[in-house]
Design a protein around this ligand. Structure first.
Ligand SMILES: Cc1cc2nc3c(=O)[nH]c(=O)nc-3n(C[C@H](O)[C@H](O)[C@H](O)COP(=O)(O)OP(=O)(O)OC[C@H]3O[C@@H](n4cnc5c(N)ncnc54)[C@H](O)[C@@H]3O)c2cc1C
Length: 365
């Protein structure tokens, strides 16, 4: 069995394997970094509330306890017909069972077509490891002079980052370029109101406009204006990994791996997936860390069941989940369906939930 990526669901699969090893199954994990970054805490890292260690799960102890072989590599190609994956060192792995939890990517080529210059001048959020390595350099520069920061992308990630940047760099000018819709457009109207009020309170300029190009020192906007900018942070929506396109696996219209209610590929019975790399074809679910986490136990169960020839269990996550959006300082906005609230207690609740999740997989590290 090959596990691709050490995302939110696979760390739970590794923990389940440590508790209940699969008899007569050789398992290989392919994951490029020595740790898994918990993206929900990345805005807190940017804001300066957390160290990098606070936001990461070291993989070595998890892998050791699970009795899994770990290749610190990236997958570059997948051929579902021959049941092989090709890694970035040119080697090939054959699988009988495959589970994919590699998360989404930011497709530089695609984004550079929509926003020429972004590949050269943009600071991309993904891979999060690369972003986390660069951010301390940006914030150190921001300590020496006021920076002009622009966050491109008005979704939850972009909004949280804008708040976090403002908190870490109080002297910077911070602009959120939200595209054709207002920030947080997929939230209920009351939450959008809360967001706009908080953005205003924190002196974050909101431009409801589309970035169409980036040069050194400037973000060009669709309205014809240029936004002076030292660091354009690219927080636009994520895309499927390129290597899925030619894999032969069934994909959704956007190119994400299509799975059924049991997190199994709709075209290949020996392939499973969870998290942002896949799309449930039986129902519509937001792409989020919350759903990636929730899929973990079901994925672990179904991988064990599949290898033992047992029936699979459908995974039924709730349609509504608690969404907690941090506002830079230790303050956050909570959304549950159409109910919303905000305050310091929401931030502490988020902090408790996030730390509790990580602590579970750091135990014994
Ligand atoms: C700033 C920010 C804040 C966010 N905050 C929240 C939040 O508060 N709540 C929430 O629900 N969601 C949040 N999200 C969304 C959340 O990050 C994603 O939905 C979540 O990361 C998806 O989890 P995943 O397990 O699918 O993938 P990931 O967490 O991305 O994990 C993928 C893993 O696969 C590895 N990998 C990648 N490519 C390869 C490859 N080619 N070969 C092998 N391994 C590979 C990676 O190194 C990583 O270990 C946030 C996103 C951002 C950017």
């Amino acid at each position: 069995m090959v596990l691709l990526g050490a995302g939110h669901a696979h760390v739970q699969v590794l923990a389940a394997l440590a508790a209940h090893p699969l008899v007569s199954v050789n398992i290989v994990l392919v994951a490029p970094y020595p740790r898994q970054m918990y993206s929900g805490m990345v805005p807190g890292f940017v804001a300066g509330h957390y160290t990098l260690d606070d936001c990461t799960i070291p993989l070595e102890p998890l892998v050791r306890r699970a009795g899994v072989r770990w290749l610190q590599r990236s997958v570059k190609a997948l051929d579902a017909r021959t049941q092989t994956v090709q890694l970035d060192d040119g080697s090939t792995l054959h699988y009988d069972w495959l589970s994919v939890n590699t998360g989404p990517t930011q497709n530089r080529e695609l984004l550079d077509r929509a926003m020429p210059g972004v590949r050269e001048h943009g600071l991309f959020l993904r891979p999060i490891e690369a972003f986390a390595a660069l951010w301390p350099k940006v914030s150190a520069l921001g300590d020496t002079r006021p920076l002009r920061m622009a966050v491109i992308g008005g979704g939850a990630g972009g909004i949280e980052l804008a708040f976090a940047v403002r908190h870490r760099l109080p002297n910077a000018s911070v602009t959120l370029v939200s595209g054709s819709t207002p920030p947080g457009a997929n939230y209920p109207a009351k939450v959008q109101e809360r967001l706009l009020a908080a953005l205003k309170k924190h002196r974050i300029t909101v431009l409801q406009d589309t970035a169409i190009g980036i040069t050194a020192g400037e973000v060009r906007l669709a309205c014809g204006a240029g936004l002076a900018c030292d660091v354009p942070l690219i927080a636009t929506g994520a895309q499927p990994p390129l290597w899925l396109a030619a894999s032969g696996l069934a994909l959704d219209a956007q190119g994400f791996l299509a799975v059924d209610a049991c997190q199994r590929s709709t075209s290949h019975a020996q392939v499973f997936a969870a998290g942002d790399v896949c799309t449930r074809m039986d129902r519509s679910l937001a792409r989020s860390g919350v759903y990636a986490v929730r899929a973990g136990p079901a994925l672990a169960h179904n991988l064990a069941a599949a290898t033992a020839g047992q029936p699979l269990k459908p995974h039924r996550p709730p349609q509504t989940t608690l969404n907690l959006l941090s506002c830079g300082e230790r303050y956050a906005i909570a959304t549950w369906g159409h109910f919303s609230a905000q305050g310091r207690w929401v931030w502490w609740l988020k902090n408790w939930i996030d730390r509790r999740f990580l602590a579970r997989y750091k135990t014994g590290a």
